[in-house]
Design a protein around this ligand. Structure first.
Ligand code: PLP
Length: 292
C-alpha cells in the first residue's frame, strides 16, 4: 500500500516518523476517518470542517487547506484503488518532531501529516437482510472533558472498549457519572423510544459524529419519525425498542443485545430498516451526483 507522509507518497514500509514526534511522545495530534464509496469520499466537507475545529482546539495551525487535502486524497485513492472496492481514508496530523521532550507547545511547530487508506468492511454493502448486528455492554465514561476533539489520545476509549472486545461484542456504550448515555467508545448512540429517534445532544462530552449528523438530517427530512437530541438515561436505553450505533466505519449498526438482555425483539427493528435504507440510498447516490 502507498501512504502519504509530509508531502510524499511512499510504500507503507518506507514511511517513517521520528521517535521525537509529539504524536508518539504525547499523543499530541488529531485525526479523521473518511469513508469512500465508489471512489468518492462521503461528506468530505463535513470531515474537513471537523478536522479544522479539532486543530483550532489544540492550537495547531496548518499551511494546508481543505483543497490541498482534496488533491492529496484523490492521488492517494488513485494509488490504492486496486486494494479494495471501498476504503476509508485515515488522516492524522501531529504537532510534529521536536528537539527535546517538553510539555509546552513548540513556538514554530512543523506538523507531521500522514494519511493512509484502510479497506472498509466487506459486509458494509450487503443487503439489509444480511446486514451485521452487534452486541454491546455499558461502561462508565472515564474519559477527559474534551471528547469533541478528535484526538489521537484514545486510551480512555480503548480501555472502555477492551471489555466488550474480549467478549466478542461490537461496542461499549459509555455512561457518565449522572447515569446518562454519552456515546460509544468509537461511535454515537441512538435509541428508539415510542415513535422517536433519540440521540444525546452535542457537547464537549461527545464527538460530533459525521454519521450522527447525516442520520439526523436524513431522518428529519424523511419526517416519518420525530428526532430528539436530548439527554438519555441509561434506564431509558434499557427500555428502548431499538438501539443503534453510528460511525463512518460501521454506518448504522443495530445493537440487538445490551448487557446480556435482548434489545426489543432481539433483531434489527423496523425504524432501523427504514432509516438504514434511506442512508444507503443517500450514500450510493452521492457519487453519481458529483459525477455530473
Ligand atoms: N464517537 C467516537 C468516540 C468516535 O471515535 C467516532 C468515530 O470513530 C464517532 C463517535 C463517530 O464519528 P463519525 O460518524 O464521524 O465516524
Amino acid at each position: 500500500a502507498q501512504v502519504y507522509l509530509n508531502g510524499e507518497f511512499v510504500p507503507v514500509e518506507e514511511a517513517k516518523v521520528s521517535v521525537l514526534d509529539r504524536g508518539f511522545l504525547f499523543g499530541d495530534g488529531v485525526y479523521e476517518v473518511i469513508p469512500v464509496f465508489a471512489g468518492k469520499p462521503l461528506q468530505e466537507d463535513a470531515h474537513m470542517e471537523r478536522l479544522y475545529r479539532s486543530l483550532d482546539a489544540i492550537e495547531l495551525e496548518l499551511s494546508q487547506t481543505p483543497e490541498d487535502f482534496h488533491g492529496m486524497f484523490t492521488r492517494l485513492l488513485e494509488l490504492n484503488k486496486e486494494s479494495a472496492k471501498h476504503l476509508t481514508i485515515y488522516l492524522q496530523i501531529t504537532r510534529g518532531v521536536v528537539e527535546k521532550r517538553a510539555h509546552g507547545f513548540p513556538e514554530k511547530p512543523t506538523p507531521t501529516v500522514f494519511a493512509m487508506t484502510i479497506p472498509l468492511e466487506p459486509n458494509i454493502r450487503t443487503s439489509l437482510d444480511e446486514a451485521p448486528t452487534g452486541r454491546a455492554i455499558t461502561q462508565k465514561d472515564r474519559r477527559w472533558q474534551r471528547c469533541d476533539i478528535k484526538s489521537t489520545s484514545l486510551l480512555g476509549n480503548l480501555i472502555s472498549f477492551q471489555k466488550a472486545y474480549r467478549e466478542g461484542m461490537a461496542e461499549s456504550i459509555l455512561i457518565d457519572c449522572k447515569g446518562r448515555v454519552t456515546e460509544g467508545a468509537s461511535s454515537n448512540v441512538f435509541a428508539i423510544i415510542g415513535d422517536r429517534i433519540i440521540t444525546p445532544p452535542l457537547s464537549k462530552r461527545i464527538l460530533g459524529g459525521i454519521t450522527r449528523a447525516l442520520v439526523l438530517e436524513i431522518a428529519t427530512r424523511d419526517g416519518c419519525y420525530l428526532c430528539e437530541e436530548r439527554q438519555l438515561k441509561v434506564e431509558e436505553l434499557r427500555e428502548a425498542s431499538e438501539i443503534w450505533i453510528t460511525s463512518s466505519n460501521r454506518e448504522i449498526l443495530p445493537i440487538v443485545e445490551l448487557d446480556g438482555a435482548a434489545v426489543g425483539a432481539g433483531n434489527p427493528g423496523e425504524v432501523w430498516r427504514h432509516i438504514a435504507g434511506l442512508y444507503r440510498i443517500y450514500r450510493d447516490q452521492v457519487p453519481e451526483i458529483n459525477d455530473d
